[in-house]
Design a protein around this ligand. Sequence first.
Ligand code: ADP
Ligand code: MG
Length: 722
Amino acid sequence: MLCGESPGKENATMTEETKKATDFGADVFGEEAIQTYLSKDTAKKLQATIREGKPLDPSIAGEVAHGIRHWAMDRGATHYTHWFLPMTGSTAEKHDSFLELKDGEPIMQFSGKNLIVGEPDASSFPSGGIRSTFEARGYTAWDPTSPAFIKRHSNGATLCIPTAFCAYTGESLDKKTPLLRSMQALDKSLKRLMKLFGRPEAHSACTLGAEQEYFLVDKEYWKKRPDLVLTGRTLFGAPSAKGQQLEDHYFGTIPDRVLSFMNDVEKDLWKLGIPAKTRHNEVAPAQFELAPQFEELNLASDHNMLVMDTLRGVAEKHGLKCLLHEKPYAGVNGSGKHNNWSVAYGGKNLLDPGTNPHENAVFLTVLCAVIEAVDKHADLLRASVAGAGNDHRLGANEAPPAVISIYLGDQLAEVVDRIESGVAGEAKKADTLKIGVDTLPPLPKDATDRNRTSPFAFTGNKFEFRAPGSSVCCSGPMTVLNTIVAESVDRIACELEKELGGESFVASIKPGEHTARFHDTLQKVLQSSLKAHKRVVFNGNGYEAEWPKEAEKRGLPNAPDTPSALAALAKPENAALFEKFGVMTKRELESRHEIFLEEYAKKVRIEGACARDIASEMIFPAVKAEYLESLEAFSKAGKAGIASGTLALRENVVELGAGLDALRNEIGKLEDALGRAACAEAAEGEILSSMKALRTTVDAMEKRVSDARWPLPKYRDMLFLY
Ligand code: ADP
Ligand code: MG
């Protein structure tokens, strides 16, 4: 693990002080539980399995299952579940009790087989055609690299076993399997590359720190907003007079109500072995962030799913609702999930620039591989963050734009320029940098140098992928990132091998040896990679209107919405890439394309239907009542021969009447679009544009109808929790 920074593994040596303060990992079958509940021999075998990411040795499964059950029952669990990540994007669990009748006698039982595989059937999960309901069942298989944990509810607990979910053919039906495969692919490529650098063979470890943004809203308001209840975002709502203009919420004092919520969240997360670290107010009112310390990628990805679950669950106990939608409110910032990613080899972070020319050379090679990967496959990265919710965020003026580019910071960008212009083997020019000879200047690591407008930024010793939406499962974007970097690392290694003399050269490499010829060749290889791919580097302001135009000139793709972004999954060359690296078969990729498109279409249609219902059942009647009241007052004034006020009343009646007419028209248009979309005659774009027109009218009416009569809680109520 990374330089002693292994939060998930600290259990065994945790001090009493830490234990008392955090109860860290108390609900995880980790080191301490393994030592306590398993024999020494079995514990050792299980730990090796976990370390090496291998399948569990069936000969110890029985004892491990027995130990886990006792541990779980000591913590109040009566049930167990294989916990998995189906293609719905959330987590799935089907509980079974430990209880069994044996010869008529009730006993508690949990076998090795129950631990290793499950057959949850689960035929209703989306499979994109991979399995039809009449076909064989889906299977779950234990992933020992993510430890079992206890999930508590108010009067009991369940043992959760993280698993992969696949069809009987072995094809994956979940979000975990491709992630694990992509980590293997990257590991293989890195082993090939590191061998050329004379590094002893080691394991690679991808790391992820997922910063999670979210909103909180009072549950009483939430209940009164069918749009929030059904779609997770407000489909209507005029701006509050005060929104985020003053930016006084960002890093402001956390209100007590929220702080006590956060405390409860963190207590639960710590028990689950999740190293929740940072909490703060975000830019929008009622928006917050939680950041854990980074962990090994697969574990961090599972942990992020638990973070989202915990945020939602604890909010309920505080009379709040946690909104994880990317854009719950129009006009204020949306929420993202910044995926901080890096990869270590033999315990050393490869994206750490290092302190000497050799370490610098490794760093620059991996950096160039990432640049090459992102440029070649920007379309796939974009597709990995596509979704109905994130469409409201990407490209809007607060989130990274839909164009995928890389921010390196001025100093590193200059280094890259100097490699590109350097000439290997020749006398050094003033503005060139010779790999293996020159030492990199110290690169800034502090946050002040950050460019927050970039979707993919180098931040000192890791990349921060900022485009993923707040509700996304990290494994999708991380699977793509691992795969495309596996490809470019492999390509660079392959070219180096070829240039240097093929297998005989590889066989002659001595550990720790790096010749001038190697560094010269490396320089040439990186130089030509940078010449081809440097266009993806952009250090300017991504929010500027000029950038998309400039990006177009550079030939960078810009997919503005989900359907156009997902088209990348249908390209034969992308299917070939995933197949080549053993991450997904063509059929698995096709199934994902189908699932994501369908999910998008369903979400937009639900939103459309919800907007129609709210407008016709809640807004129209409120506007009508207001209209009637004004009309009545106006005619009464007329009858009484009173002139004062009639001008205002008349104007109000006319405006409200025009609003009623507009509502009628726009509800009709939305209804039409929904009807035609149901017969596949209209695209989701039409529903969205009809919703937009309807929203303009509804929001204008919100300003005309009396506050007491308006049927929906307003932005000014919901956004200020204190
Ligand atoms: P911010 O981006 O908000 O300024 P930080 O620099 O503290 O915050 O880092 C954000 C996240 O990056 C944290 O979750 C942190 O643990 C994670 N991180 C730090 N180093 C690495 C690494 N080598 N690999 C992956 N994530 C990392
Ligand atoms: Mg950050």
